[in-house]
Design a protein around this ligand. Structure first.
Ligand code: UDP
Length: 425
């Protein structure tokens, strides 16, 4: 069934729904293009799946395109992603060429005549150079930009400067060295998607049976791609400490994304590190490709862990909070915006295995406390991190950019760019 804003009335109230309907009316028929680099896996794809449908339900002609590169491209863009989050290293000339060539080929086959273009993350960032820019362009950066590797940032900065607006998830991610108006708004979850909608006890039971997940012990779960930033090794360490005093099972719910080629390596590493616990059935690795299963796991787990070392926002945190499940998470990136420590979850230092284990143990052994924290968590998400709020933020921004500037065709920028890219190599 098509998504309809009306269906959110019971969750956010009539007034909030009417406000969105009123302020979006003038956008009816406007052509809005979102571009990212994967259809599934990861938070950006998760958001776009829901957000584009909601925009369409308002009469906005919203479109979602994927820059579908091959593995060498995604190896380079994962390196760029990691370096923007602070990892050391440099980009070789060959890697720069792969990045720019793939963008260039994509631009040739992806004509743009929309009213607004939103480019998500660094993979398609150079697109702004490769098209006649006759409309506002927005760069939506979902990653933690507080301490980027300077070489990489310097390489990307001229592209960022071409945009009319930039959106980041926390005030700390704003960049003082680009002359682009920067907006701060957080990602959000869709309470009516299969990932987050209510499930009955019977549905949960049948999902656990279908995927053969035992329910004889309390579950501690981390829902994440196998990515070093999500620190699966640290999660295992935390679990081992918890297990010394509490009998619980650790479940790693994982999936993969086309634009993240590191998953297989980290998965194999983890199979090796957790071999004993996997053999004894204490640790489970479960593929989370079915959103209903992820939903059931986030509802049924006693504690959700999100022990990331860096986290642009961390949708998984809001997803679990919405289900009233207490979360223990690292105090990094966008996570402290979601969790108020001790009130709507627990925050720990990203390296602090002991603190994480203590918090998990407390929640396992004090169900009443866990219940209060879970209820607070749900209300926090209702207030700040539902997709209707994100939709509203986009509508305000679209209204502003369409009113603020007249876009005139500027000639064939693509030709000029070809020269720029070659010079940059
Ligand atoms: N996810 C999933 N199955 C999995 C692991 C993750 O569906 O096995 C989803 C998760 O529910 C969330 C998204 O992938 O919606 C991850 O978003 P987040 O912002 O937490 O992290 P990212 O992967 O974007 O760094």
């Amino acid at each position: 069934m098509a998504k309809q804003l009306q269906s959110y009335r019971s969750i956010i109230g009539d007034k909030a729904v009417e406000t969105i309907l009123d302020k979006s009316r003038h956008l009816s028929g406007k052509r809005i293009l979102h571009v990212n680099s994967t259809r599934s896996g990861g938070g950006v794809a998760e958001i776009l799946q829901q957000l584009v449908a909601l925009m369409q339900s308002l009469g906005i002609d919203a479109e979602w395109r994927i820059l579908a590169g091959k593995e060498p491209f995604f190896k380079v863009t994962k390196k760029i992603h990691n370096s923007l989050q602070g990892q050391a290293g440099t980009l070789s000339d060959w890697e720069k060429e792969i990045y720019h060539q793939t963008n260039s080929y994509y631009a040739d086959f992806s004509p743009i005549n929309h009213d607004i273009v939103i480019i998500h993350d660094p993979q398609p960032l150079p697109q702004v150079h490769l098209h006649e820019k006759t409309q506002p362009w927005i760069w939506r950066c979902h990653i933690d930009l507080t301490r980027p590797n300077p070489d990489f940032w310097e390489h990307l900065r001229p592209f960022v400067a071409e945009y009319d607006r930039m959106i980041v998830s926390t005030p700390e991610y704003r960049k003082a060295d680009v002359d682009v108006e920067q907006h701060v708004f957080q990602p959000a979850i869709d309470p009516l998607s299969d990932k987050n909608r209510e499930l009955s006890g019977r549905q949960i039971t049948s999902l656990f049976q279908k995927y053969q997940i035992p329910r004889d012990k309390p579950l501690i779960t981390q829902v994440s791609r196998f990515d070093p930033w999500k620190d699966p090794r640290g999660v295992l360490e935390v679990y081992k400490k918890v297990k010394a005093t509490c009998d619980a099972r650790m479940l790693f719910c994982f999936n993969s994304a086309d634009d993240d080629p590191e998953g297989v390596r980290v998965y194999e590493e983890m199979c090796h590190l957790a071999a004993d616990e996997i053999a004894s059935g204490d640790v489970l690795f479960v593929r989370g490709d079915d959103p209903l299963l992820v939903n059931a796991l986030q509802r049924e787990s006693s504690v959700i862990l999100q022990k990331s070392k860096r986290e642009g926002f961390g949708l998984t945190v809001s997803e679990a909070m919405w289900k009233g499940t207490p979360v223990v998470a690292s105090r990094v990136g966008g996570i402290p915006l979601q969790i108020k420590d001790g009130v709507s979850g627990y925050l720990v230092g990203p390296q602090d295995i002991d603190a994480a284990a203590n918090r998990v143990t407390t929640l396992l052994s004090h169900p009443k406390k866990a219940g209060i924290i879970g209820r607070n968590a749900k209300e926090r998400v209702r207030e700040h991190f539902l997709i209707t709020r994100l939709l509203s933020d986009y509508i305000d921004l679209f209204t502003e950019v369409l009113e603020s500037k007249q876009y005139q065709p500027t000639g064939t920028r693509a030709t000029a760019l070809a020269g720029m890219v070659i010079n940059a190599l």
